[in-house]
Ligand binder design. Structure first.
Ligand code: FAD
Length: 440
């Protein structure tokens, strides 16, 4: 659909997966869409690679897939799914009493349904590529939201001439290392611009500036919690002999460790992206002298990882070089202010990653939001004048907050509980019984 005289001007803040999908939904309904993103275009090869700040791959499930299916954006979903790897279940790794290593597959679904390993940057790029093809979408990279008036519908952005660098190892602040408040300027000549909008969608992540400004208008209740766990990323290379996957590509691998765990998710280049989750005290203790403690810690807790899958040298180097990041959980309500603005994704409900649903739930926000906007007639021909449309949007946003807040809070709680399940509960009763018999 192309914009006409009566089209709304929709400003999307944040071009992460959720903001990009929201922009697609608005653009396919004929809105004039402007996407403002703090960072440079991640498709630009000179941009700092995403894996510097973010977990490289993640689990994509039906929640997120359905939101892309419903986007009506050509073959977007096929393009995304073509670059994913099916994960049919968990693979639990451990050591028996007789010192033998074991792997125990646990299917996700009795009917064979599965989740998929997706490269976060590739998925984000496909969404941006789809947006690029739409004539009613305009990108503004290197633009940081710095202020908003949700009564006059004006937002202010700082336009940077050059991208900024963030030192995440020094300033770990969020789940994903994004620390917009702690930027270490390379060189920037910032310029402020004011932008008017009919409707603003804030999808600017866990440390959302939109949410911060929204708080001054909506009576927004807000709760944030840092859990006592840090995460650090590691990498398993393809097998040197034949460049194949070193372990089964169709599982999410878990080495449960009771109070900590190590997981591995397959990537298209036949490597695995792995994550160590552990209490901060454990990271502190390992950091004191990793040269002598790290390999031993892995040998006793995550059997078969080092040196079989990651050499002791690589393990040490990755532990030293990759940031040790905290995990934040955020709940707030309402998600909107009158007809002017709404927050989606991590901006509204950042969650710990143990349920693999943070991005999926954020993508689902987009589907649910536009379902409410459609049902309230915001895009109907019978809603032609701006005042009627504004009223319809106001009712749609209130209905959205009412339905979505408890749903997102429930996923948030499940994510917290699943940490216990993944690091300890996954050791199945079958294995426990077998171990018991062996011990007898
Ligand atoms: P983000 O991805 O954070 O994007 C926000 C965007 O807004 C960024 O591009 C940022 O640069 C921009 N921005 C920020 N501030 C401003 C500003 N002031 N002005 C303009 N732009 C701004 N989820 C899953 O579904 N499955 C998984 O398996 C999974 N695994 C995870 C593993 C780990 C270790 C972690 C940390 C998270 C995981 N998640 C997973 C969660 C997932 O990463 C997030 O839920 C998802 O990235 C949220 O998307 P978003 O678009 O809302 O926010």
């Amino acid at each position: 659909m192309t914009p006409g005289e009566n089209t709304q001007r929709v400003v999307v803040v944040g071009a992460g997966p959720v903001g990009a999908l929201a922009a697609i939904y608005a653009a396919t309904r004929g809105d004039r869409v402007e996407v403002y993103e703090l960072r440079a275009d991640l498709r630009d090869p000179s941009t700092t690679p995403l894996n510097f700040t973010k977990s490289i791959n993640l689990a994509l499930s039906e929640r997120g897939i359905n939101a892309m299916r419903t986007a009506r954006a050509g073959n977007l979903l096929d393009e995304v799914l073509n670059e994913t790897i099916p994960m049919h279940g968990r693979m639990i790794h451990g050591r028996r009493k007789n010192d033998q290593l074991f792997q125990e597959p646990q299917a996700y679904d009795v009917h064979g349904r599965f989740i998929r390993a997706a490269d976060r940057a590739v998925l984000n790029k496909r969404l941006l590529d789809a947006l690029e093809k739409m004539p009613n979408v305009h990108f503004f990279f290197n633009h940081k939201l710095i202020g908003a008036d949700f009564n006059t519908n004006t937002a202010w952005f700082e336009k940077r001439d050059r991208a900024k660098r963030t030192d995440h190892a020094q300033n770990p602040t969020s789940n994903d290392g994004s620390s917009s408040e702690h930027e270490d300027s390379i060189s920037s000549r910032a310029r402020e611009i004011a932008v008017d909008f009919d409707f603003l969608i804030g999808a600017d992540g866990a440390h959302s500036a939109t949410r911060y400004h929204l708080m001054k208008y909506a009576q927004l209740s807000y709760q944030q919690e840092y859990i006592d766990a840090l995460w650090c990323e590691f990498h398993i290379d393809p097998r040197t002999s034949d460049s194949s996957f070193a372990i089964s590509p169709n599982h999410l691998h878990i080495w449960p460790g009771s109070s900590f765990m190590f997981i591995a998710i397959p990537s298209n280049d036949k490597s695995f992206t792995c994550t160590l989750f552990a209490p901060s005290a454990c990271f502190e203790s390992l950091s004191r002298d990793p040269g002598s403690s790290l390999a031993e810690f892995f040998a006793s807790n995550f059997p078969g990882v080092c040196p079989d899958l990651i050499s002791a040298t690589d393990l040490l180097q990755q532990f030293r070089e990759n940031p040790h990041l905290p995990l934040i959980s955020i709940k707030c309500s309402p998600y909107h202010y009158q007809s002017s603005a709404v927050i989606l994704g991590d901006a509204a409900h950042a969650m710990v990653p143990f349920y693999g649903q943070g991005m999926n739930a954020g993508l689902e926000d987009v589907r649910v939001l536009f379902d409410f906007l459609d049902r309230h007639g915001v895009y109907n021909a019978t809603c032609p004048d701006p005042a009627a449309r504004q009223q319809a949007r106001c009712e749609a946003l209130a209905a959205y907050t009412k339905q979505r807040t408890p749903d997102a809070a429930a996923i948030n709680d499940l994510a917290l509980r699943n940490y216990e399940e993944m690091r300890a509960g996954v050791v199945s009763p079958l294995y426990k019984t077998r171990k018991y018999v062996e011990e007898k």
